[in-house]
Design a protein around this ligand. Sequence first.
Ligand code: ATP
Length: 285
Amino acid sequence: MTTLYEYAFAKLNLTLDVLGKRDDGYHDLKSVMQTISIRDDIEIDIGTGQPWCLKCDKEDIPTDERNLAWKAAKVYLDAMGKDADGLEIRITKRIPSGAGMGGGSADAAAVLRALNRHYGDPLSIYALAELGARVGSDVPFCTIGGTAMAEGRGERLRKLPDMPDCFFVVCKPEFSVSTPELYRKLDETAIAKRPDNTAMESAILAGDIEKVSQNLINVFDPVVTADHLELNYIKSIFNAYGSIGQQMTGSGSAVFAIVTEFEFAAVICNMLKGNYPQVFIAKPV
Ligand code: ATP
C-alpha cells in the first residue's frame, strides 16, 4: 500500500462574466481565476485491498461516490484503465462549502494530480485538466492552478502570468446561494456591468495590483447583494480598513478584499471575526 499526499487550493474569480445560455442548457462563462493559499489536505491510500472509502473531518460533506474527490479517482482510473486495488481518500477540510471557492473541485483536482503522479505522470497537466472537465466545471482550472483565463463551461483554459503579490481577506457569511436559482435570476436581469477581461489580463501582465483591484467584476455579485445586503456591510469594513478592491467570488457567498499589507488584512479580520467566524487571510499561489 502507498500513501499519496496532495494540497487542494481554493480558487477565487477575479472576474466572472456570463456570456449566454447554450443549447445544452449550460452557460458560457469567461473568468480570470486564481488559486489561493486556503487549502484542503488530501491523503490517498492506494492498494488497500478493501472496498473504496472516503473520510472527511467535516460532517456535511458526502463520503461516498457523490464526493467529487471520489468521482475524480473513478474518472482517472477508468480513463487510464488502471485498477487501484482499493482506495481510501482522507480529506482535511478548510475550504468553506457553498462559498464559490471551488472546495469540491479543488479536492477532485488534487486527486487527479496525485494519481497521475503515482502512475508516473502519463498525462500532461493540460490532458489531466481536460479529464477533470468530466468531474465538474471548475476542476480543469483547479488542476492547473495559478492564474488563468477560463472560458466555455470552464474547460477552455489559458494560463496567465502569476498575478502580482498581495493579500486576500476572504469572508464567508452564513448564508449560501443556490447556483441554478442564481443563473435563473441572471437570465431574467439585464447585466449592468460586465468585466473587462482584456484590461484584467493587461493589469496582470503589467504586475499592477492597483489595476487588478480596479478591474474586479463578477456579474453575480449585484444579483446576490440585492438579496443579501450584509455583503455591503462586509465590503464597507473591507473599504474602511485598507482594501483596494473587493467583490464576491463565483456564485458566492464568500466575498474577498485585496490588500497590499498584512497589517491591513489582520485589522480587517479582527473587525469581522466577531460576526463572521469564517474569515481568512490568504495569498495567491
Ligand atoms: P463552487 O465554487 O464550485 O461553486 P462551492 O463553494 O459551491 O463550490 P463546494 O465546496 O464545492 O462549494 O461544495 C458544494 C457542495 O458539493 C457541497 O455542499 C457538497 O455537498 C458537495 N461536495 C461534493 N464533494 C465535495 C468535496 N470534496 N468537498 C466539498 N463539497 C463537496
